[in-house]
Design a protein. Structure first.
Length: 330
């Protein structure tokens, strides 16, 4: 394995970490938006208490992936930044609006029209941002983004406006909502556990249907990715294990074994991301930008690897301590 390939896998781990942490925060915002019934206020309070201590820290993984991408694979970064300028800008605006509105909502006077407005901004941005992020990942797989070795030739609208990319965005939002609902069954007070349990079960069913629909859309919308998913025994095995984990999570939720459900859904979401990365088969942007042509240089990768080790030695204990204090990680 080359140093560039190793760094690509490390970046993939960063994407998984972002999905499992910040993804759940986005999902929490979705449930904050759709809190309903006589316990709506308690549902919102459970979401706020779950995400308030740690939501800012979770974005460290996105920052890491972006910095690693433009440092190690500058050509890929340039292609993605140009071709997906519009949805990436929308996702960035969503992240900013989500964070700032949550702060204003948290410290404003409760019950006023202004506070309700901040709550709606928080919820809507939490819903739309994962759609744009997933749409970008889908666009990288469509094969419509073209690069001739010097510049992007397909323009600003290629890839991300396709049904497949849009379906991937919807699937991402549902997956994050599922993750948050399962986390909240474990973290919430007893009076709202059943509410989030019912929503988690519904989200497992919904994500299953949407995942199948996205797979069908991939046949025409991302043919290279579809062929990889359909032809590779390893990719099929990952999909099978992911489906089994979804069933296991549903069984654990049904029997109210919330700790087991959390473990199962974490593994499920992680394998969804891993499965997409493996199906790309060494491509960053299909079909033109692969690891070998993404601009990685040996002198850079040799310098980045020890820097990552040193950074991890500082970051990981700090994150563990943060979660230990505020989330009681065992």
């Amino acid at each position: 394995m080359t140093s560039a390939e190793l760094l690509w896998f490390v970046m993939g781990a960063g994407v998984v970490a972002y999905a499992l942490t910040a993804g759940a925060d986005f999902g929490g915002g979705v449930w904050h938006l759709f809190a309903r019934g006589p316990r709506a206020a308690a549902q919102r309070l459970a979401v706020e208490r779950a995400i308030a201590p740690i939501w800012e820290a979770n974005h460290v993984w996105l920052i890491f992936v972006i910095v690693a991408l433009f440092t190690v694979f500058p050509r890929a970064f340039a292609v993605i930044g140009v071709a997906l300028h519009v949805p990436l800008t929308l996702a960035l605006l969503g992240i900013v609006f989500r964070g700032s509105s949550f702060v204003f909502y948290s410290y404003d006077l409760r019950g006023s029209d202004r506070t309700k407005g901040w709550s709606r901004v928080f919820g809507v941005s939490s819903l739309l941002t994962p759609v744009f992020l997933g749409d970008c990942l889908g666009a990288l797989s469509t094969g419509e983004i073209r690069w001739d070795g010097h510049r992007v030739t397909s323009g600003y609208l290629a890839g991300w406006l396709t049904p497949f990319a849009a379906g991937t965005g919807v699937f991402t939002a549902l997956l994050f909502a599922l993750l948050a609902a399962v986390y909240l069954t474990f973290d919430s007070p007893p009076e709202v556990k059943e509410d989030f349990r019912a929503r988690a079960l519904a989200m497992e069913v919904a994500t299953g249907f949407v995942a199948f629909a996205v797979l069908l859309l991939a046949r025409a919308g991302a043919p290279v990715l579809y062929e990889s998913l359909a032809a590779s025994p390893f990719a099929l095995a990952v999909q099978l294990v992911t489906a089994l984990l979804a069933v296991a999570a549903m069984g654990a939720l049904y029997s109210r074994r919330y700790r087991l459900a959390r473990v199962a859904v974490v593994a499920q979401v992680a394998l969804v991301v891993v499965g997409w990365g493996l199906a790309m088969r060494g491509a960053i942007v299909l079909p033109d930008v692969r690891l070998g042509g993404a601009g990685a240089r040996d002198e850079v990768t040799r310098a980045v690897l020890p820097a990552l080790v040193a950074g991890a030695a500082l970051l990981l204990p700090a994150l563990f301590y943060l979660f230990r204090v505020f989330k009681k990680v065992e």
